[in-house]
Design a protein around this ligand. Structure first.
Ligand SMILES: Cc1cc2nc3c(=O)[nH]c(=O)nc-3n(C[C@H](O)[C@H](O)[C@H](O)COP(=O)(O)OP(=O)(O)OC[C@H]3O[C@@H](n4cnc5c(N)ncnc54)[C@H](O)[C@@H]3O)c2cc1C
Length: 514
């Protein structure tokens, strides 16, 4: 099956937020694009699925970049650029930590309140706390004062330097730095340094010493500036609305469209082949699949690029970064009566600091119905909980052993969550348990991984690849690209990718965005 009757300026493989922001930005610039998604809903790890009257978030539920000021609110801006808007519910608290040694603290939207509580616990570190979080704010202010587009485009860099020279120099300074180095400069208390570790781990899945300072500056400040805002109707609304915007502009999104190969001719990308045998052609192909899935790295035999054509630099990348563990996740529908309305929406439990990076070392819990009751039937709440787990724990199990292990993890999670929500087990009305195998299958991600993490300590964000690849006309977008994981980060990657392609297609506006 060959050839498309319709022509497309770009084909985007995957409808994760990175892929959809690339597509929507290109559509907004006047390009005609085709998004091919192998699953039945858009959004990837940032999607939502419905069961028995519940709307469950697949993965992401603590949303940054959804404020309405500055330049870092990329989700708000991406929707606005295609004439879409998502109603949001402000979360008064980013999350509540339940840590060893009875250390419990919530991160309030109000910066002073949070910092005050932290100083109360570590009075001897008052100055260090202020200096660390103050430095994060400086990084954020640099980011927030410049329109964020492709760092690969020299003409953009020149224009943005003229507009905000000090911010550009400020950012260049922090690009090779990790948050742990900055924390250690200002803070000596070991428990406080562990706290900075979990502050980073909860979104980067790495301790502070491996977490780039640019990302830390963004996250630790945006939660107080734009704040954490939950999309009304579930996180999947962001993807759904981006799809509406894309389609209204005459571009297309196809589901159940599993791309099995990126077609090359004379070492240039010329289109894609689907599992049905259909071939679709375009001069620009963007992969929103992970780098391991795109290039068949780490022994992945299902890469989209034939092994003879995989650029050497991609093998080098796979030595620099490794896949983070996947998750075991629970999606529960529970009786409303067991959850007090005053409980915070997001919680993290760590029982032992030494287990932080290990299997089941951290438990993440969200109760999004505390913010948006419409996600569950009357009288019910949703609990979404997950804990890191490696695919190697699950891969070669027999069916019985697999089900047995699933049940053990389920009981483990229920026991831990019951410390925050008593009487949980007897009040569960609906449950879904996902393992790393589930995540690999339904999210289409290598080993079900959350995303790439450095193999060793690196120089901040410097080694992270941008959107161009060594294969002409092939671009990558999403969490295997600069600046990494998280919905706002992959939205940045989408903006940058669309800008880079826009300059190739000559459709970029000369003016920087307002
Ligand atoms: C459990 C969990 C919790 C998280 N919590 C948060 C959070 O609270 N806040 C936050 O900001 N981030 C969170 N994240 C991270 C965030 O969700 C991801 O970093 C982000 O969604 C990744 O987006 P992406 O564009 O890289 O693509 P993905 O979300 O990976 O989507 C890629 C899409 O491409 C499709 N695809 C892949 N290969 C093909 C192919 N060959 N053909 C067709 N389609 C294909 C997939 O089906 C998928 O839909 C969480 C992630 C997980 C897993």
């Amino acid at each position: 099956m060959k050839s498309n009757k319709e022509t497309f300026d770009a084909i985007i493989v995957g409808s994760g937020i990175g892929g959809l922001v690339t597509a929507s930005q290109l559509a907004a610039k006047g390009a005609k694009v085709l998004v091919l998604e192998k699953y039945i809903i858009p959004g990837g790890s940032g999607g939502s699925f419905k069961r028995k009257g519940y709307t469950f978030d697949v993965g992401a539920s603590m949303i940054f970049g959804f404020g309405n000021k500055g330049y870092t609110n990329l989700l708000t801006r991406a929707l606005r650029d295609v004439n879409e808007f998502c109603e949001t519910i402000p979360d008064p608290v980013q999350l509540e930590y339940h840590l060893p040694n009875n250390f419990c603290i919530s991160v309030d939207r109000k910066y002073e309140k949070f910092i005050g509580k932290l100083i109360q616990r570590f009075p001897h570190e008052q100055e260090g706390i202020k200096k660390f979080y103050g430095t994060c704010e400086k990084v954020f202010n640099c980011l927030d004062s410049m329109p964020l587009l492709s760092i690969e485009d020299p003409s953009y860099l020149f224009k943005v330097f003229l507009k905000a020279p000090l911010s550009c120099l400020g950012l260049a300074r922090w690009l090779p730095v990790n948050a742990g180095d900055v924390a250690r400069k200002f803070i000596k208390d070991q428990e406080l340094l562990k706290f900075i570790d979990i502050e980073c781990f909860c979104w980067s899945v790495m301790p502070a010493i491996k977490t780039p300072m640019i990302n830390a500056g963004m996250v630790f400040t945006d939660r107080h500036a734009g704040g954490i805002n939950y999309p009304k109707g579930g996180v999947g609304k962001i993807a759904e609305k981006l799809v509406s915007g894309i389609e209204r502009l005459g571009s297309k999104v196809r589901y159940r469209a599993n791309v099995t190969q990126i077609l090359l001719e004379n070492e240039k990308a010329i289109g894609v082949k689907l599992s049905t045998g259909e071939e679709i052609f375009s001069d620009v192909v963007v992969s929103n699949s992970t780098r391991w899935d795109t290039f068949g790295l780490n022994g992945n035999k299902k890469g989209l690029i034939k092994s003879d054509y995989v650029p050497k630099v991609e093998y080098k990348w796979s030595k620099t970064y490794k896949p983070s563990p996947s998750f075991v996740s629970l999606h529960l529908g529970v009786s409303k009566k067991i959850i007090d309305d005053s409980l915070n929406c997001h919680h993290i439990i760590v029982d032992d600091w030494d287990e932080l990076e290990n299997e089941k070392g951290v438990i993440f819990i969200s109760i999004p119905t505390l913010l948006d009751p419409s996600l569950a039937p009357e009288g019910k709440h949703i609990i979404h909980a997950f804990t890191p787990s490696s695919i190697y724990e699950w891969d070669s199990l027999s069916r019985d052993d697999y089900l047995d292990k699933k049940q053990k993890y389920y009981l483990y999670l229920i026991k831990k969550i019951s410390n925050i929500i008593p009487n949980l087990e007897e009040n569960i009305e609906h449950k879904e348990i996902g393992t790393p195998r589930t995540h690999r299958k339904f999210l289409g991600r290598f080993e079900g991984s959350y995303g790439p993490i450095p193999n060793k300590k690196l120089l901040g964000l410097l080694p992270m690849p941008f959107n161009s690849t060594r294969i002409e006309n092939l671009f990558c977008v999403g969490d295997s690209c600069f600046p990494g994981q998280g919905l706002n980060a992959v939205a940045f990657s989408g903006y940058a990718c669309a800008h880079k392609i826009g300059s190739k297609l000559n459709i970029n506006s000369f003016k920087l965005p307002d």
